[in-house]
Design a protein around this ligand. Structure first.
Ligand code: ZN
Length: 133
C-alpha cells in the first residue's frame, strides 16, 4: 500500500530529524500535503498510527496542512487552481505546456514533543521519500 510506505518513511524521518534529538517522545507530526500528491489523507492517518507503534512516535497525532494544487501556463503566464481531478489545460489559451506550481508537497514541517515545547520548525522542510513498492 502506497500510504503505508509513506507512513513508514515519515516515522523514520521524524525519529532521525535534528529537531527530535534530545527528546524521548514525539506527540505530533505536522505534514504539508499537496492536493495532487496522490495520498489519501484518511488512509495515511490510519497507516501512520500503525507505523508509529513501538517507536518514539507511539500515539502521536498527525496534523495535516493541505496545499491546494496550482498550475501555471508557460506561454501566457496564467495561474489557476487545478482542483481534483486536476485541470492541466490552460483556461485562458487552452495551451498544454503547464507547470505545476503547488500541490505535490509531502513534507514534514514540524514535530511536537512530550515535554511541552512548542512545535519545532525544521529549518529545511524535507520531502518524505517513500520507496515505491
Ligand atoms: Zn495559457
Amino acid at each position: 500500500m502506497h500510504e503505508m510506505s509513506i507512513a513508514v518513511a515519515m516515522v523514520e524521518q521524524a525519529t532521525e530529524a535534528p529537531a527530535a534529538k534530545g527528546h524521548e517522545k514525539v506527540t505530533a507530526v505536522r505534514l504539508r500535503l499537496g492536493e495532487l500528491a496522490g495520498v489519501v489523507a484518511d488512509s495515511l492517518r490510519f497507516c501512520f498510527s500503525l507505523a508509529c507503534a513501538g517507536t518514539p512516535l507511539d500515539g502521536a497525532s498527525l496534523l495535516i496542512d493541505f496545499v491546494p494544487g496550482r498550475a501555471r501556463c508557460e506561454p501566457c503566464g496564467a495561474e489557476w487552481a487545478t482542483g481534483m481531478p486536476p485541470q492541466l489545460c490552460c483556461p485562458q489559451c487552452e495551451g498544454g505546456r503547464t507547470e505545476l506550481v503547488a500541490g505535490r508537497e509531502l513534507q514534514i514541517t514540524g514535530l511536537r514533543h512530550a515535554d511541552g515545547e512548542p512545535p519545532a520548525r525544521t529549518a529545511h522542510p524535507a520531502s518524505v521519500q517513500a520507496e515505491e513498492s
